[in-house]
Design a protein around this ligand. Structure first.
Ligand code: HH2
Length: 258
């Protein structure tokens, strides 16, 4: 999954804001690099980020979606707002990637009324304040139980399991320690039997162990993290650096089955 940030304030430094030409060039580069899914995000969810009104999110998103939907690659839309989900699905989004796991009122019903897939992500708190005091007794069990609960809510609302993938939400209300514990025990989440999506690319947990402060300088660590996550059962990796990540997977594929 190649990240296409349509925000002016992405933590990773690759946001393009409302510049349509730059946004499309960025999306095209992700596709050319071999992304199997393009993930369009028009609201930053980085720690401390303020929410963006739905109209602003749609103004950033729809012009890009209306072009990339015809490229033959499934398009995912990273949003938590039901009104944005509704418009995105109507305009051809195949997947709703919701860091709030369809907890906003109306979100479950909106996805249920469509045939779009959904990614349910775990987050403790909300982006503005989530990194203030993350706390867990047992991070793996709590993330797993949350995801089980959200799958049950989806099924009760009429979204079948076949349309759902799960994400532990690296960096969303978690300390560096919590993030690495989750990565170490990713197989416990893969055991839930639904495809696992992970977003580790350029995140601060990688800066914490490499000392790399700037987004792009975290690329080698991001590739390593993606590879390790796949070895522990992840099926979809949400990345900025598609070409480098694919190279790493080519090496892994060459090893497998020998
Ligand atoms: N991380 C970010 C955004 N969306 N979605 C899923 N499913 N999993 C993630 O880990 C995830 C996500 C944050 O990264 P990014 O979009 O690069 O930055 P920003 O939120 O600043 O746009």
């Amino acid at each position: 999954m190649g990240i296409v940030n349509l925000t002016p304030d992405s933590f990773s430094g690759d946001g393009v804001g409302k510049d349509l030409t730059r946004a499309l060039a960025h999306a095209e580069a992700q596709r050319e690099a071999g992304a199997d899914i393009l993930d369009l995000g028009a609201e930053s969810t980085r720690p401390g980020a303020e929410p963006v009104p739905a109209q602003e999110e749609l103004a950033r998103l729809l012009p890009v979606l209306r072009v990339v939907r015809d490229w033959g690659v499934p398009v995912s839309v990273d949003t938590s707002k039901p009104e944005v989900m509704l418009a995105a699905i109507a305009e051809g989004a195949a997947l709703i990637n919701d860091v709030a796991a369809l907890r906003q009122p109306g979100a479950l019903e909106t996805v249920a009324a469509s045939d779009a897939g959904v990614c349910l992500m775990h987050m403790q708190g909300e982006p503005r304040t989530m990194q203030h005091h993350p706390h867990y007794e047992d991070v793996v069990a709590e993330v797993r139980d949350f995801l089980i609960g959200r799958v049950a809510a989806c099924e009760a609302a009429g979204i079948p399991r076949e349309r759902i993938c799960l994400d532990p939400g690296f960096g969303f209300g978690k300390t560096v320690e919590h993030n690495y514990t989750l990565l170490a025990h990713l197989d416990a989440l893969a055991a839930l039997g639904l495809p696992l999506l992970v977003g580790l690319s350029r995140k601060s947990m990688l800066g914490a162990v490499t000392g790399r402060e700037n987004g792009a300088a975290r690329m080698p660590a991001s590739v390593a993290a993606a590879l390790l996550a796949v070895q522990k059962g992840a099926r979809i990796v949400r990345v900025h650096d598609v070409a480098a990540t694919k190279d790493a997977f080519a090496v892994l594929a060459a090893l497998e089955g020998r």
